[in-house]
Design a protein around this ligand. Structure first.
Ligand SMILES: [Zn+2]
Length: 225
């Protein structure tokens, strides 16, 4: 699997997906997504995309803006985090809880999406918090849990519970018939090479903790069985 593709540096096999907002999805998940949308529609849910494919550059901008304070960082309690009050390592941990390291996001593959229910509110009003998914988007939340548990072996919720790395993200879905191969191909060597070829903020501090950060945040499996 090409390093450039896995780390969001190369747009490969991606297709624009409609709506008033154009998103890009891996061509092999488009059909699965439309099927999921139709099924949700029959349950009274208008399942739509908040975010799909994201390039390395887009992720690097999110990351750098959080490090420099241009974009807000929140803690688990929803309290604002002030970058200046944290050490470099604390800041990395705080950002990694909710945002991927550039070149290490599942969104780079086009197989993973953040979704919402347009019947409840418009995209611009969506916050993507756990609380929002327990209240406003409860119906969608339950629908996804139901799908993954029995109906749809292709659908994966990689962040359905807190494994000690990335926070619970019930809105993040993955089509694993395609994504599992990319996930397997994303080894620690890929992560290492990604850092070598990057220049985003705090990169050197991440390199110093390479293995720990890889297991905890990239593979998200610190406490997994
Ligand atoms: Zn996501």
């Amino acid at each position: 699997m090409a390093f450039e593709f896995l780390t969001g540096r190369l747009q490969n096999n991606l297709k624009y997906f409609g709506g008033e907002q154009k998103f890009m999805l891996h061509q092999d998940v488009v059909k699965s997504f439309i099927t999921l949308q139709s099924k949700a529609m029959r349950s009274g849910i208008n399942l739509q995309i908040v975010s799909a494919y994201r390039s390395y550059e887009a992720q690097a901008k999110i990351w750098n803006d959080k490090v420099t304070g241009k974009r807000k960082i929140f803690d688990d309690q929803g309290q604002l985090v002030i970058p200046d009050e944290l050490s470099e390592d604390e800041l990395i941990d705080a950002i990694c809880r909710f945002s991927a390291i550039p070149g290490a996001s599942r969104h780079h593959w086009g197989t993973d999406l953040d979704i919402y229910d347009l019947n409840i509110k418009e995209r611009t009003l969506v916050k993507l918090t756990e609380q929002e998914y327990q209240t406003d988007f409860e119906k969608l939340n339950l629908f996804l849990q139901d799908e993954t548990s029995k109906e749809n072996p292709n659908l994966l919720l990689p962040y359905d519970r807190d494994r000690g790395g990335i926070a619970v993200e019930p809105w993040h879905v993955s089509f694993q018939q395609v994504s599992s191969g990319f996930n397997d191909a994303y080894t620690i060597d890929i992560f290492k090479k990604n850092l070598t070829q990057s220049s985003f903020h705090l990169k050197d501090f991440i390199e110093d903790r390479l293995e720990e950060i890889f297991n905890r945040f990239v593979k998200n499996n610190l406490n997994s069985e």
